[in-house]
Design a protein around this ligand. Structure first.
Ligand code: ADP
Ligand code: MG
Length: 477
């Protein structure tokens, strides 16, 4: 066998790509680099220990099969794991606070009192309110139970869970959770904090937004209390800082945070950070901070897929003791594909409207509300696109849908396309009929009923419908 390791790996990737979701492929296989091939042993380089463990846990069978297919039955796979280190070779614990060089800053190993002594000002304590314990500032509703797991968040969630069972004791320190607005960063970060409080009641957990942190810092500066500020933060066992992108261009805040970060990290304390983008893409952030963010694990949250959106809505309704017909939930989940916050918002306005008008929530009301809700946000699929996707799935010619053919496969594709056009677009029945060779609206109604019956009675058919819907939905996101 004279193939190069690149070719072998390339071939493997082709097979793998067909066997995993696109998202998993991007997350778990694209970052892998093939490094060598020694007779039948292929070595691949993975970015971290965690990455390796994840592959072994979730993809070992697929990897094994694929490699054997490429290299024969004795083929073996070896991993080479990149050990992340501080880049640039500088001492990671050098403390450098040019503007605010305090006594403690020169000696990071100084041991700190376990309780907040009276001499240290707790920036969270409202003046006049005597409180010695540090309140963690967590919202108990943000926990792992209420966080729905899906492909979109599996890595972040499981890394978060690992951190919660062993704060400071995993390779994920810091754990950086990043992703767009409304995708669950705050929820997950707080879930970690809440879980740690459950698991270890002697640990001091603190959740703080970076904005609050920055403001406290400014206050401390003004009142000459920088030492207290630093001391306070050095007492925390698990420090969760939300939205660190807010530190951008705030040089002094970054300096102080750098100092606190180093101290905590060095003492084996856990840091959990969230950001609206990957650490490497943070602008206006000091390089040495970014390099520290990369020490642990950065895990992203992506847009939940349709099933996860349905599950989130269901969980939410269950928590609030609400019941809605499945078709409404699915309708909302299809149409709100921006983020989870919007999804929840749509559900809330739906319920509000229904109670305001003393009207049951039905599909018509849902359509009306969602239409207002997603104005300008969500694009709509076209009937043509639905027809094309359905026909591809059933392997029939799209233009046959407009003809009079009564062949079973075509009739079914036609009826399903009508059904999807009714559920996924805002077209009238009349207009839908027009798209199918000028059929009238009663034909469309009949088709929708026929498909609904099939969905209700035939699991397999229902699955294909879901798959097609997902495909169509994907084209929108
Ligand atoms: P971010 O901090 O990324 O902007 P949030 O954590 O504030 O987003 O999430 C927005 C809303 O969506 C919150 O109400 C949160 O509970 C909910 N949410 C996000 N992701 C999930 C999920 N996977 N399961 C359940 N609820 C979620
Ligand atoms: Mg947030």
């Amino acid at each position: 066998m004279n193939q190069s390791f690149e070719t072998v790996w390339d071939n493997c990737l082709k097979i793998i790509k067909d066997n995993v979701s696109l998202q998993s492929f991007k997350t778990w296989f694209e970052p892998i680099k093939p490094v060598k091939l020694n007779s039948n042993v292929l070595t691949i380089e993975v970015p971290s220990q965690f990455f390796y463990e994840w592959l072994e846990e979730h993809y070992v069978t697929l990897l094994r099969k694929t490699i054997k297919r490429e290299l024969g039955n004795d083929a073996r796979l070896e991993y080479s794991i990149v050990i992340e280190n501080s880049s640039g070779g500088s001492n990671p614990y050098t403390i450098n606070i040019p503007t605010f060089n305090t006594g403690t800053a020169k000696n990071p190993e100084v041991s700190l009192p376990i309780n907040v002594g009276s001499s240290i000002k707790n920036p969270f304590i409202i003046p006049g309110l005597k409180k010695v314990n540090i309140d963690s500032q967590l919202n108990p509703n943000y926990n792992f139970d209420s966080f729905v797991e899906g492909d979109c968040n599996r890595l972040a969630r499981s890394a978060g869970f690992a951190v919660a069972s062993k704060p400071g004791g995993t390779a994920f320190n810091p754990l950086v959770i990043y992703g767009g607005v409304g995708l669950g960063k705050t929820h997950l970060a707080q879930a970690i904090g809440n879980q740690i409080k459950l698991n270890f009641n002697n640990k001091t957990v603190l959740y703080v937004s970076s904005e609050k942190f920055a403001n406290q810092f400014i206050d401390a500066l003004k009142s000459n209390a920088i030492n207290d500020f630093i001391h306070f933060y050095q007492l925390i066992d698990i420090l969760i800082i939300d939205d660190i992108q807010f530190f951008a261009n705030k040089i002094k805040t970054q300096d102080i945070f750098f100092h606190i970060f180093n101290h905590l990290h060095q003492s084996g304390k856990q840091l959990v950070l969230t950001s609206d983008r990957a650490p490497k893409d943070l602008e206006g952030m000091e390089e040495r901070l970014i390099s520290r963010f990369k020490w642990g694990l950065s895990a992203d949250l992506q847009l939940p897929d349709f099933e996860t959106r349905v599950a989130i809505l269901e969980k939410k309704m269950y928590a609030d003791g609400i019941e809605l017909p499945r078709e409404i939930i699915e309708f909302v989940a299809y149409n709100i594909n921006t983020n989870v916050r919007e999804l929840e918002g749509a559900l809330i306005s739906l319920l509000a409207q229904s109670s305001l008008n003393k009207k049951e929530v039905d599909l018509d009301l849902a359509k009306k509300i969602i239409k207002n809700f997603v104005k300008g946000i969500s694009r709509e699929v076209s009937i043509d696109f639905i027809q094309k996707t359905v026909c591809e799935h059933f392997n029939v010619q799209a233009d046959k849908l407009k003809e009079k053919t009564r062949k079973r496969a075509i009739v079914q594709a036609r009826q399903l396309s009508m059904y999807l056009a009714k559920n996924m677009t805002k077209n009238s029945l009349k207009l839908i009929g027009k798209h199918f060779g000028g059929r009238d609206h009663s034909t469309v109604i009949h088709s929708c009923q026929a498909i609904q019956n099939l969905i209700d009675t035939d699991e397999e058919f229902k699955d294909s419908v879901h798959e097609i819907q997902k495909k169509i939905q994907l084209s929108l996101s």
